[in-house]
Design a protein around this ligand. Structure first.
Ligand code: SF4
Length: 971
């Protein structure tokens, strides 16, 4: 066991007698049963002193996979002359001895040792395990990321000895970090882990005992009190009261700020004068002045955020009128609030403008479920017997809560199932009962954030929050009359989501399970009754009602199963039971007339009756509890708050399912969706978003500016205006400032077969192989389906990696964010992406020089929303499907050229662009590029010629200059 000196808490030191061994293996793959060890590195250390090292290459007796060669730099020649593992194992075992083993993801290494006959029973400390808990905000927990975090030098990666040294240093840095935790946090860690065999627990117990002066506190009642962080940085402000007569902006004066030699260019290094930016700013200022709506497409490189922030800030300050700025992604929201806006305000301050940094109040507000709900958190952490996955998640939250002042999940890196677990602890509409919540309003993160938005000149929100505020008639955002919507091409989709709803089969089941759950309100109520001072007869009466309610919920379960089963049968019958991918069925009039629909309807009525019974039982129990003499008891009050939240959820569930199955609104689209994992979801969405937005937004606000880099189709903004319900708005298209004719070549292979013809898939694969061999990577290929992406990946990955080019597949080698980061770090790589990577990729320079658009991105006509909305048009293809595809195509195209110096090729492998009448609509929507038809065999030469790369790219970037990053830090 690690020993902690009791006397010195300031500097964490292992006991001088405690020696550890940091261990790392490089292997030929991920499977301990079939792959081999190729390198072993170990460092023996005590405190900060290295006592010895062990290092050897190991002959695996087989050739190395290309990817491992690429990532480690180890060659087959080196391994062929290395000893086999059997020749080094005794020395390794003796080196490790009975010392504690330290490592990164060390169970992986121990699994390999075990499969090679080495079983260890030493203490094992996994730095990954502890780092994920202590540093819940980090994006990654790989050795390089942790080394960066602690400023540890780690120049060579993916080699065993160097990795072992890095793990040792990170281990020590983590121990120092643990020492700085508050005693209350350490005690709660010990309470949460009391039923576990977590390897780090003895260490935390010793630390607690030492910090508390020789006694352990973790099992004391005192630490079971509420774990609520102090309210830091919460500012309550008075709402802004706008001037009775709004003072218009001086547009020429503002334009001067952005001109050459103006205030902004003087204050911001690297700022360039862009006429398009000034033009856009003038229009935004004009719209604010005149109180009208404006739609602006601003091409990449316009500098549109400054073009709207500058007039918005000055307008808000001089009129005391809040301006709301909405973005689709939290990333852009963060960029505006933490970079663009502070830079702009700094520039204004430096010029002595009154709207400088000190005068402008800015607030950032996100949707409810971005904030942690303290009531739910405290209820959950007090639940006994939690599975380890949940305990681990609560440990991460606990450490985070000891530091956060916002309670905003953006500060957390939630991985895998944790996103689902977050839903159990976030502030959600269904679970929030402010009138019964003891944390409301001062302690609650959500309401603290909302209070900060009151009185702000500029409130940054995301579309989800913007639309949910509109959908409920306001109340979340401060009153505002002026709005700027960036990334406006996502507004329709977000409004579809926010004006609609969905219910999953798991939502129904887990709500019913809550009644018998050890973490549920009835469990807490029963615990309360056992220890309360109520008269025995009262306790018996309440206990009977609790039992009756539990029974009602239990009885409802088979009805829920029957309902879910009937819907699944209907979907199976209508769209087929088989399928590797999602299946969806729109509940059209025709489907509602089908004989199986009557079974769905009847099983819903049965379930609805049961749920109504549960609601009645809850109302009765609530009335009984309200009448108890101990009504003001905080424990009972918490139970009542939880109960109110569950009752709200039951009634919400009934209302939603009823409006999907029994009583659908005429202007709604209802459908069922079954995921490939077999989960059922029932959806409802508005048929026309435009009409709703017009009602709640455009007809009520003075000025709404909608902007994005992709809004027009063929130089026309009509489609987006109509779909968003703002047809009367003024329009402006600002071309990107780049010289696309010189920088961008669009290549159209005339001999490629049409996508629906045999041989298309092979042609795509050959084209990708040809391009990547020529350019040695630097290529992004965009697919419209994951199936096509996977098929292509399976074919090209072994070939290209055999030639030293890393192939990254979205969803195969990791999430979009992960594969994108790996792509950025590797010069010689092909990135294959689907939906998410059609936007959000922003790579300046040679790293992305070729963009391959595999197919034109038409929506799926059988998708329920697409099918229902298509019916609203006379010519659904030209009026709806085509404009949507063109906008998507433009987003994909926009990934290539991100700066003045960028140069690249767009290879379009869909022959319909050349052969169909609508093909021109795609090309005419792009900036004026150089367009060339060619034949497939000539594509590599054309690409190299355009890029001016007469020699393969890897000759220009030496191996040692490249950063090697493996897609998953698994070996
Ligand atoms: S007010 Fe609502 S969101 Fe806030 S802590 Fe209470 S229940 Fe949770």
């Amino acid at each position: 066991m690690l020993r902690v000196p009791q006397s010195v808490w300031g500097i964490w030191e292992l006991d001088v007698n405690q020696t550890c061994v940091s261990l790392d293996l490089e292997t030929s793959g991920l499977d301990p049963d079939n792959d081999r060890i190729i390198e072993v590195g170990a460092v023996k250390f005590r405190g900060g002193t290295v006592l010895g090292t062990f290092h050897t290459l190991v002959n695996p007796g087989c050739m190395l996979p290309n990817r491992v060669r690429l990532l480690t730099g180890i060659t087959d020649d080196e391994l062929q002359v290395a000893p086999p593992f059997s020749a080094v194992v005794d020395e390794l075992v003796s080196f490790i001895g009975d010392h504690s083993i330290v490592g990164q993801n060390v169970q992986f290494d121990l699994g390999f040792l075990s499969s090679h006959g080495v079983i260890v029973s030493n203490n094992v400390y996994d730095v990954y395990d502890l780092a994920t808990i202590l540093l819940p905000h980090l994006d990654e927990y790989s050795l390089p990321a942790l080394a960066r975090q602690f400023d540890i030098s780690y120049p060579v990666q993916h080699r065993a000895l160097e990795d072992a040294f890095a793990a040792k240093d990170i281990f020590r840095a983590l121990l120092e970090y643990v020492d700085k935790l508050d005693l209350s946090v350490i005690a709660e860690i010990n309470r949460l882990t009391m039923a576990s065999d977590w390897p780090w627990r003895p260490l935390f117990l010793e630390l607690e005992t030492g910090k508390a002066g020789g006694v352990s506190l973790w099992d004391r009642q005192a630490w079971e009190a509420d774990c609520v962080p102090e309210a830091k940085g919460s500012v309550g402000r008075e709402p802004l009261v706008p001037e009775a007569v709004l003072k218009p902006l001086d547009v020429d004066w503002l334009a001067g700020f952005l001109e050459e030699g103006g205030v902004v260019s003087k204050a911001l290094p690297g700022f360039e004068y862009r006429p398009g930016q000034v033009l856009m700013m003038r229009h935004v200022a004009g719209a604010l002045n005149e109180g009208r709506h404006l739609v602006v497409e601003a091409g990449t490189g316009t500098g549109k955020s400054i073009a709207y922030l500058l007039p918005a800030v000055i307008f808000a300050v001089q009129n005391n009128a809040p301006v709301v700025v909405s973005t689709n992604t939290i990333n852009l929201q963060e960029q505006l609030v933490t970079k663009d806006l502070p830079e702009l305000l700094k520039a204004l301050s430096s010029a002595g403008e009154p709207a400088g940094a000190a005068a402008v109040k800015v607030a950032q507000l996100k949707g409810r479920n971005n904030y942690l709900c303290l009531r739910r958190w405290n209820s959950w952490r007090k639940t006994l017997g939690l599975p380890w996955e949940e305990t681990r998640f609560l440990l991460r939250l606990l450490v985070w809560l000891s530091r956060t002042s916002s309670g905003d999940r953006a500060e957390l890196n939630l991985a895998g199932n944790e996103t689902g677990l977050w839903n159990r602890v976030c502030a959600s509409e269904d679970n929030c009962v402010p009138e019964r919540c003891s944390y409301y309003p001062g302690g609650c993160f959500l309401y603290r954030a909302r209070r900060q938005a009151v009185g702000a000149h500029l409130v940054a929100v995301n579309h989800a929050l913007l639309v949910s505020d509109l959908a409920r008639g306001g109340g979340i955002l401060p009153d505002y009359g002026h709005l700027i919507v960036d990334e406006a091409h996502h507004l329709e989709e977000e409004a579809t989501e926010q004006f609609g709803y969905r219910v999953g089969d798991r939502d129904i089941y887990s709500l019913l399970e809550h009644f018998g759950d050890r973490g549920g309100f009835l469990f807490h109520l029963s615990s309360y009754l056992r220890t309360s001072s109520l008269a025995a007869s009262r306790r018996r009466d309440v206990g009977r009602e609790v039992e009756e309610l539990t029974e009602r919920a239990k009885r409802a379960r088979p009805f829920a199963e029957r309902f879910v089963g009937d819907v699944v049968r209907l979907v199976d019958f209508q769209v087929g039971a088989q399928g590797e991918y999602e299946r969806a069925l729109r509940f059209s009039q025709e489907v509602r007339r089908h004989r199986l629909w009557s079974e769905v309807q009847s099983s819903w009525e049965g379930l609805d009756d049961q749920l109504a019974g549960v609601e009645i039982g809850m109302a009765e129990l609530q009335a009984t509890l309200e009448g108890l003499p101990s009504r003001s008891d905080s424990e009972l009050n918490n139970c009542l708050a939880e109960m109110a939240s569950v009752r709200q959820q039951v009634s919400g569930l009934r209302a939603r399912l009823s409006s999907i199955v029994a009583d659908p609104a005429g202007d709604s689209i209802c459908w069922a969706r079954i995921t490939w994992q077999g989960e059922l979801y029932l959806h409802s969405a508005p048929l026309s978003v435009g009409r709703m937005l017009d009602n709640v937004l455009f007809s009520r606000k003075d000025c709404v500016v909608l902007t994005s880099a992709t809004l027009s189709v063929g130089g026309d903004l009509s489609y987006i205006k109509k779909s968003l319900g703002v047809e009367g708005a003024q329009g402006l298209i600002v071309d990107a400032p780049f010289d696309y004719a010189k920088s961008t070549l669009i290549l159209l292979p005339e001999d490629i077969v049409a996508p629906e013809k045999p041989g298309y898939q092979e042609a795509v694969e050959q084209a990708l192989l040809g391009v990547c061999r020529a350019t040695r990577g630097c290529t992004l290929a965009l697919f419209t389906s994951h199936a096509a992406l996977r098929a292509t990946y399976a074919s090209v990955q072994p070939v290209l990696e055999g030639e030293g080019i890393l192939v990254l597949g979205q969803g195969i080698d990791g999430s979009p964010k992960r594969v994108l980061n790996t792509f950025k770090a590797n010069r010689n790589a092909l990135l294959m992406g689907a939906a998410a990577l059609w936007e959000g990729v922003d790579i300046v320079g040679e790293g992305l020089s070729v963009l391959v658009i595999v197919r034109l991105p038409f929506g799926v006509p059988t998708d329920p929303v697409t099918a229902a909305r298509s019916e609203l048009f006379d010519d659904s293809f030209n009026q709806y499907l085509l404009p949507q595809a063109v906008l998507r195509f433009k987003q994909g195209f926009g990934r290539l050229i991100r700066s003045w110096s960028d140069r690249g090729v767009v290879l379009i492998l869909d022959k319909r662009l050349q052969t169909k009448a609508y093909g021109d609509a795609f090309l005419q929507s792009l900036p004026r590029c150089t367009v060339k038809t060619t034949r497939l065999p000539q594509v590599p030469e054309e690409v190299l010629g355009w890029l001016g790369w007469s020699v393969p790219a890897d000759s220009r970037a030496s191996h040692s200059e490249q950063t090697k990053t493996r897609p998953q830090d698994c070996w």
